[in-house]
Ligand binder design. Structure first.
Ligand SMILES: *Cc1c(COP(=O)(O)O)cnc(C)c1O
Length: 475
């Protein structure tokens, strides 16, 4: 027996408050976001979340995350026919933190997972199986078996994986909707490492390769339980037009398969994520509404109600709502260059340090009490604590002169950044704190909730084999 293809719920499990979504990039919302950030930095210093003995912390703006989730839902509500089932599944890899997934679940956003760990996080957050999608390119038999037993959606990456799923579906019934990921081969964006629709990308079935299209159509005709088609053309650096081109190619394939099947076999298209984030200012561009409207223009049939939709946005939901706050331990000068030695470096902004030209980050300066610093900008390097010369978050950056005991805030770091610790130099994982602040209230209170406790040095030792110290000597 195959899957029963239970439809996606068209209403999220928890209703959103009726307040209109904060319409970022509206200037007032932008200003509020910056004010909330200033309030949170000040409060984090005053409440001791950072200080001489705890020189680094991550902060997450709860109101900002809620606003982005609401904006995403509103954007697709605007372009879809009434009653169209739409699941927005957050790409867990962008912020693998259970309280974040729980917050998103309450805002009607599900989870896209790509490993046993990510699936476990989504389950710990209480994300229902009907709101969970598994997409990894290298799923083990055990992972597939678990996914099909839970009834979460599964997208097969390739022919060998499909053969495994065939065997599993034959041996046990499943409620999982199952699809195949295609690589529309529309080309790459500005960042090669994040371009998944190049001719030779490792992801999905390469749609334009010889014989691939016919193989795909056959795969569906032979398997009446295959009801979805998936694509994700890339992440940061992809032009929206190219992403839309990938969706259009996937839609065209679904239409062909359904025509050949003589029925609506494919009932849901999963269009992936990848909306780029503006790291240059507080402005949120492009918006979800921009992308949804572009898709409606380019692929109108996608929105006429014949297909359910799944999206998998990650970075665009979280990036702008995270701030990394680091104390300036020392300042110095070398060869005429001012250098601030801070506690934020490669361990929490790995991509920026290793590939600075692709991942520039804004930095804001605060004084020792957490108040925004002003004054004539001078060029300085913002260095991290790790022991290699390239550990710099910014080179020759114009900022108010930093002094010992000040703080630097690294902005837009809520996705793929401080939640993704890299254990270089055995530096501890910083604590992560969610906050709620009221920008209308000058000097108002800021409430914090611990999302992840700061790691202790004892935990670092334990993770590094501290409990088995004679393991090699006794061999
Ligand atoms: C990484 C990834 C996403 C999310 O991409 P973002 O750029 O963070 O929106 C979505 N789907 C798949 C399959 C991915 O690998």
């Amino acid at each position: 027996m195959g899957p029963d293809n239970s439809a996606l719920p068209s209403t999220p499990p928890t209703a959103l408050p009726s307040a209109p979504p904060t319409a970022l990039p509206d200037p007032a919302a932008r200003r509020d976001q910056a004010l909330r950030r200033d309030q949170a930095v000040r409060a984090a210093v005053e409440q001791g979340l950072v200080g001489p003995d705890l020189p680094l912390a991550g902060l997450l703006d709860v109101a900002g995350i809620r606003a982005s989730a609401a904006a995403l839902r509103a954007a697709f509500d605007e372009v879809t026919a009434p009653g169209t089932p739409v699941l927005h599944a957050f790409a867990v890899k962008a912020a693998p933190l259970v309280p974040v997934l729980r917050l998103l679940a309450a805002a009607g956003v599900g989870a896209e997972v790509a490993s046993p760990g990510e699936l476990a996080l989504a389950r710990a957050a209480g994300t229902p199986p009907t709101h969970t999608v598994l997409d990894s390119p290298a799923k083990t038999p055990a992972e597939l078996r678990e996914a099909l037993a839970l009834g979460i959606a599964v997208n097969a990456d390739n022919a060998q994986e499909l053969a495994r799923i065939d065997a599993l579906v034959r041996s046990a019934p499943t409620r999982s909707p199952v699809g195949i990921r295609v690589n529309p081969q529309v080309g790459g964006g500005a960042i090669e490492a994040l371009s998944t629709a190049t001719a030779t990308s490792k992801f999905g079935v390469p749609l334009r390769d010889e014989g691939a299209r016919e193989w795909l159509v056959r795969a569906y005709l032979d398997r009446p339980w295959l009801t979805r088609l998936h694509t994700h053309s890339g992440s940061q650096g992809m032009p929206l037009e190219l992403m839309a081109g990938g969706v259009a190619a996937t839609y065209a394939l679904a239409e062909e398969i359904n025509a050949r099947a003589g029925r609506r076999q494919i009932d849901t298209l999963d269009i992936g994520g990848g909306l780029p984030v503006n790291f240059a200012s507080d402005e949120e561009t492009p918006t979800y509404a921009d992308y949804a409207r572009l898709l409606r223009r380019e692929v109108p049939g996608l929105f006429d109600g014949r297909y359910g939709l799944v999206t998998e946005f990650g970075r665009s939901l979280l990036a702008k709502h995270g701030t990394l706050l680091a104390r300036v331990e020392y300042v110095k000068s070398a060869g005429g260059r001012g250098i601030a030695l801070t506690h934020a470096g490669v361990q929490v902004a790995t991509r920026t340090v290793y590939v600075p030209e692709s991942w520039p980050l804004r930095i804001a300066a605060y004084d020792a009490k957490g108040r925004p610093k002003s004054g004539p900008a001078v060029r300085q390097d913002i260095a991290g604590p790790a022991c290699f010369a390239g550990d710099l978050l910014a080179r020759d950056r114009e900022l108010p002169p930093l002094e010992q005991g000040d703080y630097v805030a690294v902005l837009d770091t809520g996705a793929y950044c401080f939640a993704h610790h890299y254990s270089y130099n055995s530096l501890v994982r910083p604590g992560i704190h969610g906050f709620v602040a009221d920008p209308q209230e000058a000097g108002g209170t800021v409430r914090f909730g611990v999302v992840r406790e700061p790691q202790s040095v004892a935990e670092v030792v334990a993770e590094a084999g501290g409990g088995v110290r004679d393991a090699l000597r006794e061999l």
